[in-house]
Design a protein around this ligand. Structure first.
Ligand SMILES: Cc1ncc(COP(=O)(O)O)c(C=O)c1O
Length: 368
């Protein structure tokens, strides 16, 4: 096995040897996210066309901060945002390196618009309280019901609040009721389930158009290499509040990040290659895998299904024991999520190449 030197080597081994040794080790010791029996986290395999485009992007190494050095990439970024933002009722948007930053960017705009606290469900992603802390805003978690959705009757006064609703919670994929509320700012964290809005399941995200801002991770259900997300905004005026200028900048710098890669190009390549239908087909395949597994888990006396996988996130447990042994046996293809006192096996249908029989064989083996 390839041993990494413990300290920075004084003399290099050469580029070919470095790539041979490191490349082989990195690939051999990485989970195969596209394997037929893998249904683990919110991490899809990247689209091959996107991975290849990302290699070209790395080679060109353009900086989106400087449009003169990245004229086509700048156009491509604008175009892909023009394709996606209106499908969610939004006027504009920007790329971020993940939804952690997309949530922070959106809540920054909310604060600039006068929001003083962030209100979100107790099952909101950790990036939401983190953003509130960074922005010096109060944070008010609201309990969720049995279905994992924020309990609306438990909401505080929202006149000076940024309300964050989640479309596809991290632990169990629940979609908070998206009907608008009279908040100072309404942000929808659709990091996981946002792309469902472009599929036959679009109705599940009905109401998302009323948001002031939306976060979507492109490295989740848009099948992009890591480091791509979208922060979308309904009102163009929000842009000025999160934009800075400087004499060394040819164009104003909007959002949290400075130097950014041309992450829009792999997404554009994917959407050009697959079209909206091809994207929808892959997500719908993931949903069908989750649904068929849910049916098997529900029907099998050895297992208990926690709730129907509304956005492809499965929570289940063995009927006779606690989940620990099964989670250990399913290493690499499951994680855990605790609801109340109970630990549930969590499996996320992010892999369109998964096969239900292959996953069921692993589950059956894990159950013993
Ligand atoms: C609901 C939700 N919001 C935000 C995030 C953070 O996104 P990222 O990992 O792209 O920073 C996640 C990640 O899993 C998530 O599930």
């Amino acid at each position: 096995m390839f041993e990494l030197p413990a300290t920075l080597p004084r003399t290099g081994i050469g580029e070919e040897a470095a790539l041979d040794q490191l490349g082989a080790a990195a690939m051999a010791r990485a989970a195969d996210l596209a394997a037929p029996d893998v249904l683990a986290h919110m991490d899809p395999p990247s689209a091959s066309v996107a991975a290849q485009m990302a290699y070209l992007v790395a080679q060109a190494n353009q900086n989106m901060l400087h449009p003169a050095t990245s004229p086509f990439a700048t156009l491509a970024e604008e175009r892909v945002l023009e394709w996606i933002a209106p499908a969610f009722g939004m006027a504009w948007g920007q790329f971020c390196s993940g939804s952690t930053l997309a949530n922070l960017t959106a809540l920054w705009a909310a604060r600039e618009a006068g929001a003083r606290t962030v209100v979100a469900s107790a099952e909101a992603h950790v990036s939401v309280p983190k953003a509130a802390r960074i922005l010096g805003m109060g944070y008010h978690p609201v309990p969720v019901g049995e279905d994992g959705r924020l309990i609306r009757s438990a909401l505080p006064d929202l006149a000076a609040a940024a309300l964050v609703l989640t479309a596809g919670t991290t632990g169990r994929g629940a979609i908070d009721e998206l009907a608008p509320l009279a908040a100072k700012w309404l942000h929808v964290d659709a990091a996981w389930a946002g792309p469902l809005h472009l599929t036959a399941y679009a109705e599940r995200l009905a109401g998302i158009e009323a948001a002031d801002s939306i976060a979507i991770s492109a490295h989740k259900w848009f099948f992009q290499p890591k480091g791509a997300a979208l922060a979308l905004f309904r009102d163009i005026d929000a842009k000025a509040s999160i934009t800075f200028t400087s004499s060394y900048l040819a164009r104003p710098n909007s959002g949290v990040e400075g130097t950014r890669s041309a992450a829009a190009l792999p997404l554009l390549a994917t959407l050009l290659a697959w079209g909206r239908d091809g994207l929808a087909e892959r997500i719908e395949r993931c949903m069908a895998i989750a649904e068929e597994l849910a049916q098997r888990l529900e029907a099998d006396p050895r297992t208990v299904l926690r709730q129907w996988p509304e956005t492809g996130v499965l929570n289940w447990r063995p009927a006779a024991t606690d989940s620990a042994g099964v989670i250990a046996a399913l290493e690499g293809t499951s994680s855990a999520f605790t609801i109340g006192e109970t630990v549930w096996v969590r499996q996320v249908a992010a892999n369109p190449h998964a096969e239900v029989d292959a996953i069921w064989a692993r589950i059956s083996a894990a159950l013993g």
